[in-house]
Design a protein around this ligand. Structure first.
Ligand SMILES: Nc1ncnc2c1ncn2[C@@H]1O[C@H](COP(=O)(O)OP(=O)(O)OP(=O)(O)O)[C@@H](O)[C@H]1O
Ligand SMILES: [Mg+2]
Length: 497
């Protein structure tokens, strides 16, 4: 039975049409994957369904009833819950306050029944197997916990249809598996899901049916069992997909980054020599130490003991400016929290770090900047409605991520630290970014990439450092890098040597 029927939906933003009459049908008790490249219109359609944006024309039938003049309240009331692609919590509120926002439980006297709300929050978290204290401040939760809280919030609403727009970008593998168990359980109870992800293996694990959009157009819908990752990828990109090999062997230079007996928050006793032009993949379970190590090298955190040398010069720790002055750049994980400047245009978001780095050039050459922006836009295929003066928040999630990448690729840094750089990036654009990383390495840049996705490391890395509980469990040479090997070390099935 159909639960949702969206027909011929048209939506434009300031004169630019982004949905050209698309259809989407979701059955009851089904997980429906919505697929498409960055900027295809997935989140926009979900925002229409959730009453965030009004549609220009089209028809929505939900649970047998037409939905017209939708608002967020109306959509929620009808039974739609939306986990947004970008985190949408109030940092200054506690966990339970976020959960019960505008749905507060009152006592008979009409005051807030905090005790009851805290108890119910605890019960929900227990049911979901999520270890988050109801009274913790949201600002103190790490990003993965925040994402789980968002999901819990949606599950709490008793909705008939849950929209999960890239819900796993900050979750580790165990958390993703757990989320999928919950989704399957709720599915059996007749709930429906719209699931958006650029991770193909997730789609093929959890979804029953799929719909593909391309450039705001409906392309195809069908059963997951009747298709393959290759086929849907081709549908998404529209024909040609170049799955060509990116990696090639290069002559590496001298050691440019030396890490010695280095311990700090989240990592201990790291020893590592990285050579000029080398690409290193860092991985491990979330929180295993790779991200923490990169942050300390960049000066975000203070290390406790040990040393970092850049080209033979000891780096003063704990000062970002010092790292930047020594030609280190960092792409931080979780763009909304750490990277995006929402009030800035695309051009300014891209240019800002090169301003900070090039202290010599006090005059900003706008023309040059625009030229550089245009090159990046071309290379990374950044899609925006009008051009470089658009606000970054008007871009789709994956396109925002490309802008952040462009910001750092644009600097003259010699050492690039990248923490989960392809968050939310579609399959085609990912390949472009791998090619770019290889090209930069060819030019002599040294690149450290932290990611949970082993195929990503396999495509580009000369070596792979596997972390476990804050220390280096194993350094794999290129020919040893494969999913199985990495998992064995990342889970301590194979011990440190
Ligand atoms: N508020 C807005 N103002 C102007 N344009 C917008 C706005 N929101 C989205 N768009 C445009 O609509 C198009 C579709 O964006 P949408 O966010 O729906 O893509 P998506 O399929 O979710 O992509 P991604 O996988 O990157 O998240 C994009 O080109 C984007 O620039
Ligand atoms: Mg999106």
């Amino acid at each position: 039975m159909e639960l949702l029927k969206m027909k011929n939906i048209v939506k434009s933003f300031s004169g630019v049409t982004v949905l050209h009459g698309v259809d989407l049908e979701v059955g009851q008790g089904e997980v429906h994957a919505l697929l498409g490249e960055n900027g295809a219109g997935k989140s926009t359609l979900m925002n229409v369904l959730a009453g965030v944006f009004p549609m220009d024309s089209g028809e929505i039938i939900f649970d047998g009833q037409p939905l017209t003049d939708l608002t967020v309240k109306k959509s929620e009331h009808a039974g739609v819950a939306f986990v947004h692609q970008e985190l949408n919590l109030f940092n200054d509120l506690k966990v339970y306050e976020n959960l019960f926002l505008q749905k507060e439980i009152l006592t008979k006297l009409g005051t807030l029944d905090k005790k009851k709300m805290i108890r119910e929050t605890k019960e929900l978290m227990d049911e979901l197997g999520v270890d988050i204290s109801p009274t913790a401040m949201v600002s103190e939760l790490e990003t993965g916990r925040k994402q789980l809280l968002e999901i819990a919030k949606a599950l709490h609403t008793n909705a008939k249809l849950l929209i999960l727009d890239e819900p796993t970008t900050a979750l580790n593998n165990a958390e993703i598996e757990h989320l999928f168990t919950i989704v399957n359980r709720l599915k059996e109870k007749g709930k429906s899901f719209i699931f958006i992800s650029h991770k193909m293996h997730e789609i093929f694990t959890i979804a029953d049916r799929y719909t593909v959009f391309r450039n705001g157009q409906f392309i195809k819908t069908g059963n997951i069992a009747d298709t393959t990752p290759e086929e849907v990828t081709l549908l998404m990109v529209g024909g040609s997909s170049s799955a060509s090999e990116v990696y090639h062997t290069r002559e590496l230079g001298d050691v440019v980054l030396k890490i010695e007996n280095y311990s700090g928050p989240g990592f201990e006793n790291i020893n590592l020599d990285v050579r000029k032009g080398e690409v290193i993949g860092l991985t491990g379970l979330m929180g295993a130490g790779a991200s923490e190590l990169l942050q300390s090298i960049f000066g975000v955190n203070n290390a406790d003991t040990g040393k970092v040398w850049v080209e033979g010069k000891e780096l003063k720790g704990g000062i970002i400016h010092e790292a930047m002055a020594n030609k280190i750049a960092m792409i931080a994980a979780n763009r909304k929290e750490n990277s995006i400047i929402p009030d800035f245009t695309l051009l300014d978001n891209v240019s800002i770090s090169s301003h900070m780095l090039s202290m010599r050039k006090m005059v900003i050459h706008k023309k040059k900047e625009i030229g550089r922006y245009n090159r990046m836009k071309e290379m990374l295929n950044i899609k925006s409605a009008h051009g470089y003066n658009d606000l970054i928040v008007s871009l789709s999630g994956g396109n925002q991520q490309k802008v952040i990448l462009a910001r750092w690729l644009n600097t003259e840094a010699d050492i690039l630290l990248m923490d989960n750089p392809t968050q939310g990036i579609d399959v085609g654009a990912k390949a472009e970014i791998y090619r770019l990383i290889m090209e930069l390495a060819n030019q002599g840049k040294t690149i450290l990439v932290n990611t949970l996705e082993i195929p990503e490391i396999q495509k580009i890395a000369d070596r792979c450092i596997v972390f476990y509980h804050g220390h280096i469990q194993k350094i794999l040479e290129r020919q040893e890098i494969n999913e199985e090997n990495v998992m064995l070390y990342a889970t301590n099935v194979k011990g440190a040597e």
